[in-house]
Write a protein that binds this ligand. Structure first.
Ligand code: HXC
Ligand code: NAP
Length: 292
């Protein structure tokens, strides 16, 4: 049921989409579904061989058109060149999905200045570079009905210890999403963000849950729904947000985390640990103490 596909056939036909970090993990899963829905997709990241393998595999699987374009999103000139290559190949581009990211767990005092910069540069500067290049292009071309979808995290607004560069950068991406949703609406560009909870991928799990941390910190246990996300669930939401069905949705961040971050936030959520049979005794004590 969690892997069912949501949108009707051809829902993205005629739409050309760029997915940064599309060669692996969640970017690959979203790309697969966009192709199944009839979009043409360009995937981009630093590793051309990985991109070509993914593009070949997904084209074969879906019968769609998937273009591999190398680009390090930290460099504006590479982003401009990537955009030109996609426009040359597809004629136009309609959607930018800022999904590329870098991250690893570390106590902040152990980070070199360059380590902190590296994450900020991939996540915040990379999303900025792509957004600015694509936005300028769309505005100059007077091309409307365009979409930027940013992948953030739930700690974009709560912050999180031990992933401070990522939290700092993702907060910036969220601010950019909401700011440009207003400023560039007049050009017909919609901005939204998705904040995923735990969706296991090799890229994230190798860097956030190395070795025995994987068993020690079972992320499914932190989720009220007691499970991690299925990639198709995220792909369903992303496909909806970039489609015309979401034409009135602008400036929103949609959390898809099974309730994970709220579980950590609610002051008395910890009472979940109280066994049901204890509630009779607790109620009695409360009534007695309050004279009821
Ligand atoms: C401390 C570290 C480190 C570590 C690297 N560095 N790893 N410092 N602890 N574990 C330091 C290096 O020593 C160097 O600093 C600086 O960081 C840059 O490292 P490089 O290896 O030169 O950088 P680069 O080759 O650009 O690789 C970037 C990377 C790498 C982020 C370090 O992991 C990567 O390519 N990641 C891409 C994919 C990824 O991270 N996916 C996960 C996204 S998950 P010095 O000072 O020595 O030069 C995600 C999910 C969030 O975002 C929410 C989940 C629930
Ligand atoms: P992933 O597979 O490691 O994806 C990250 C992608 O970013 C890789 O394909 C990587 O490709 C690309 N990338 C890294 N640096 C780049 C650069 N400088 N230029 C261009 N591309 C670059 O991890 P993932 O879990 O799928 O993460 C995808 C997105 O979801 C990220 O934004 C992440 O923060 C977000 N997210 C994930 C989870 C989760 O549970 N998995 C939860 C919340 C948010 P190359 O190495 O080839 O460059």
């Amino acid at each position: 049921m969690y892997t069912d596909k949501m949108l009707r056939d051809d829902a993205l036909k005629g739409r050309n989409i760029v997915v940064t970090g599309g060669g692996s993990g969640l970017g690959k899963a979203m790309t697969r579904y966009f192709l199944e829905l009839g979009a043409k997709v360009a995937i981009t990241s630093r590793n051309l061989e990985k991109l070509q393998n993914t593009a070949g595999e997904l084209e074969q699987e879906t019968g769609g058109t998937c273009l591999a374009v190398p680009c390090d999103v930290r460099h504006y000139d590479q982003v401009e060149s990537m955009l030109q290559q996609v426009v040359s190949a597809f004629g136009k581009v309609d959607v930018l999905l800022n999904n590329a990211a870098g991250n690893f767990i570390a106590p902040t005092e152990r980070l070199s200045a360059n380590a902190f910069d590296t994450i900020i540069d991939i996540v915040l500067k990379g999303s900025k570079n792509c957004t600015l290049a694509f936005g300028k292009h769309w505005i100059a071309q007077k091309q409307d009905n365009t979409v930027v979808l940013n992948i953030v995290t739930t700690y974009s607004w709560t912050g999180s210890a031990y992933v401070v560069p990522s939290a700092t950068a993702k907060a910036g991406v969220l601010a950019m999403t909401r700011s440009l949703a207003v400023e560039w609406a007049k050009y017909g560009i919609r901005f939204n963000a998705i904040a995923p909870g735990p969706f296991p991928t090799k890229g994230a799990w190798d860097r956030l849950l190395p070795g025995e941390l994987r068993e020690k910190f079972d992320l499914a246990k932190k989720v009220p729904l007691q499970r991690v996300g299925e990639h198709q669930e995220l792909a369903n939401l992303a496909a909806y947000l970039v489609s015309d069905f979401a034409a009135y949705l602008n400036g929103e961040v949609i959390t898809i985390d099974g309730g994970e971050w709220l579980k950590g936030a609610g002051q008395f959520n910890i009472l979940e640990k109280i066994p049901p049979e204890m509630w009779d005794m607790l109620e009695e004590m409360i009534r007695k103490n309050s004279g009821k």
